[in-house]
Design a protein around this ligand. Structure first.
Ligand code: TPP
Length: 669
């Protein structure tokens, strides 16, 4: 026998103070997902649905937890938790349409199975990566807490998912912030083919709670009355005394990981052992023995549920295939947003640094958006490593200016959860380089959420970036191209204080996820007259800084200043200098107009060469405006090496040293 060591020798049902009607309701709630699954297995064999992750034998967990929560409390289920959806009363026809990729589903055919959320039913579905929703639950719970609402949030993970970093980060954040999150580990013995012995080495996963300072409990996951009563008891106490609780619900996966993969690797005796512990059969026997249920009543419940299933299935079958619409496919990558331009009458200006402009945009945005929260390492009393948020705690309080543990993933997920539950969030990366530790939720959760099921991600991630400061490979990167490649993210990269202020304010207003790049070398070197008041600059508009007819330099960020410096000593080089300011959306019109005018283009970036943003702009110009060109499109980027530390090496790395020569050659071509 595998070491799925916990064993439930028998199911002892204890009704406590539950009335007959409640006991029967729980029974019916258990039966529903089972009967739907039986239907799905038939349809799967007939090739009418694509994939199925069975929860047969595990229903007591999803049903028990959902029934124990208030209807307006969020639940974040996993792929086997059909019982969450049925217990919340999600119409079956919509579920079936979802699984068949039809329009009446929840994702317009854009995602499959349980990969969707619905605010209407307060269910926030998973993404395939399993772990990220644990941190999202933190954010949802934080939003409740900030509004002083006595609500808890329940989130599921399998025991396999507990090996992911997201699990540990999410538990830790919930612990240090006392967030009322129910972390429910559904331990079903196997993660795909991997038994628990190869997944973790603690005796019970519940024991992990201790390491995070979190109360934890083990629950017999096949016993609906245990699950329901324990969760209800704990939920009541968590609402009064907000804190996370970890529960390990022990059960077994009775079918393959998904239907096609089978269960050959599961020892037969283990399967047999669990088969007799079926949560529905045993509960039925209990109800019959207690005289609460009769066989006749049982048959009529089955009939009623099956009728509902058949009717819903008929509705879905008659629904046509989804109609394709290119326009809406492209449009739905971003939540609609109409920036109301703010341009104050009073144009008093002060000469300030780039860094002050960022600080001012944040400050004014905090005044303007009462639901705005900032999270980052050392951003509170310490003011952030660049001191951009100095004094903010005194002004806006610790609840809105939040120091975080070092856990980029969970904090970005928390930001997503805040957005789901009505807040706006800013996450400060201490250095843009560290965003790699939060990459997954950005590119998979935040970027795809609106397209998948219409949930915007009102999150700005601030990215202090860039080289030229002698900081070596891990504090110098300009990693915008990691994100411009991913549909669903906006990417902003200002070069001047006034732009930084207006674009940051606009990014915060925008309900979509924005990566906001702030070049560290500009922070304290670039000054400008900047309006004192709140104003916005729309994303997606480049700035023409110099106008000339001989060539176009298209660039952004620190290289804008390299160009200005160079052109100062070469007034005879009459060029268009375009500062893109925003990389997504990109101002194609500004590029077009300049290329047509000059016929020669230099595309300049600080980033290393292969696959940077300019590679695409180059391809765009070559494809669309070839006949206007008087020279090959010239790209100038930094070396394809990591960024070296020693100043002399860094200087050699940066494209700046090649700029004068490259421009001279282009003009002479
Ligand atoms: C990050 C990531 N790695 C691998 C997978 C592939 N995968 C999907 S489900 C799964 C097993 C999950 O096991 P567990 O969390 O115990 O949940 P269960 O399927 O047993 O309910 C694996 C390996 C994935 N979806 N995401």
């Amino acid at each position: 026998m595998s070491n799925h060591s916990f064993r439930i020798s028998e199911l002892n049902f204890n009704r406590r103070d539950l009335e007959d009607k409640q006991l029967l309701n729980l029974y019916e709630a258990l039966l529903k997902p089972r009967l739907i699954e039986e239907k799905m297995l038939i349809l799967l064999r007939q090739g009418k649905i694509s994939k199925w992750f069975s929860g047969i034998g595990q229903e007591a967990i999803a049903v028990g937890v959902t029934q124990a929560l208030e209807e307006d409390e969020y639940i974040l289920p996993m792929h086997r938790n059909l019982g969450v959806f049925t217990s919340r009363g999600v119409p079956l026809a919509r579920l079936f349409s979802q699984w068949q990729g039809k329009a009446n589903g929840f994702t317009k055919g854009r995602d499959r199975s349980f990969h969707f959320g619905t605010q209407q039913y307060k269910i926030i579905g998973m993404i395939s990566h399993l772990g990220p929703q644990l941190g999202v639950a933190d954010g949802i719970a934080l939003a409740h807490k900030l509004r002083s609402e006595k609500k808890i949030t329940a989130v599921f993970t399998g025991e396999g998912g507990t090996s992911e970093g997201d699990f540990h980060e999410a538990l830790n954040v919930a612990s240090v912030w006392d967030l009322p999150v129910f972390f429910c580990i559904e331990n079903n013995g196997y993660g795909l083919s991997t038994p628990t012995s190869e997944q973790y080495r603690c005796k019970n996963l519940a024991d992990r709670g201790l390491a995070y300072g979190i109360e934890s409990h083990s629950i017999d996951g096949n016993n609906i009355l245990e699950v329901f009563s324990e969760i209800k008891r704990l939920a009541t106490s968590m609402r009064e005394n907000p804190r996370p609780v970890l529960v390990e619900l022990k059960t077994f996966r009775m079918r393959g990981h998904e239907e096609a993969s089978g269960t050959k690797y599961v020892p037969e005796d283990l399967m047999n052992y669990w088969a007799v512990l079926d949560p529905i059969e045993n509960y039925k026997t209990y109800l019959l023995e207690q005289g609460i249920l009769t066989e006749n009543a049982h048959d009529s419940i089955i009939q009623r549920i099956n009728d509902e299933i058949d009717l819903a299935y008929k509705t879905t079958s008659e629904e046509p295939e989804i109609a394709t619409n290119l326009e809406s496919e492209l449009k739905d990558v971003f939540a609609p947003f109409d920036l109301k331009l703010a341009n104050p009458e009073n144009t008093r200006q002060t000469n300030i640094r780039f860094i002050d402009a960022i600080s001012s945009a944040l400050d004014l945005s905090f005044e303007r958006h009462q639901n705005l929260v900032l999270m980052g390492q050392d951003v509170a009393e310490y003011g952030g490593v660049f001191k951009i948020t100095q004094g903010f705690v005194e002004k806006y309080g610790k609840e809105r200016i939040r120091n975080t543990p070092i856990c980029e993933s969970a904090i970005i997920e928390t930001a997503m959860g805040l957005s789901i539950n009505g807040f706006k969030a800013i996450v400060e990366m201490q250095f843009a380089d560290f965003v790699s530790s939060g990459f997954n939720p950005i590119v998979n959760y935040l970027a795809k959420s609106y397209y998948r099921w219409g949930q915007h991600a009102d999150v700005v991630i601030r990215m202090p970036c860039g080289a030229g400061v002698g900081a070596g490979p891990f504090h110098s990167q300009t990693n915008e191209a990691w994100f411009t490649h991913t549909p669903g993210l906006k990417v902003v990269y200002p070069a001047f204080p006034s732009d930084a202020k207006g674009l940051l304010a606009a990014s915060i207003e925008d309900p979509n996820p924005v990566l906001f790049f702030e070049h560290k070398a500009l922070y304290r070197t670039i000054y400008e007259e900047v309006p004192d008041f709140y104003y916005t600059i729309p994303l997606g508009k480049a700035a023409l800084l110099k106008s000339g007819s001989k060539a176009s330099i298209i660039t952004y960020g620190a290289p804008v200043h390299w160009c200005l410096e160079l052109l100062k000593s070469h007034p005879e080089w009459e060029v268009d200098l375009i500062d893109l300011r925003t990389l997504c959306p990109l101002d194609y019109e500004a590029i077009r107009a300049s290329v047509i005018k000059t016929g020669k283009v230099l595309l300049l970036t600080e980033d290393s060469s292969f696959g940077n943003v300019m590679a695409d702009i180059s391809a765009y110009i070559a494809e669309e405006y070839f006949e206007y060109l008087d020279a090959p499109v010239k790209r100038l980027s930094s070396l394809d090496t990591p960024i070296p530390f020693a100043q002399i090496l860094e200087k050699q790395y940066l494209a700046k040293g090649e700029l004068a020569e490259a421009l001279k050659n282009l003009l002479a071509y």
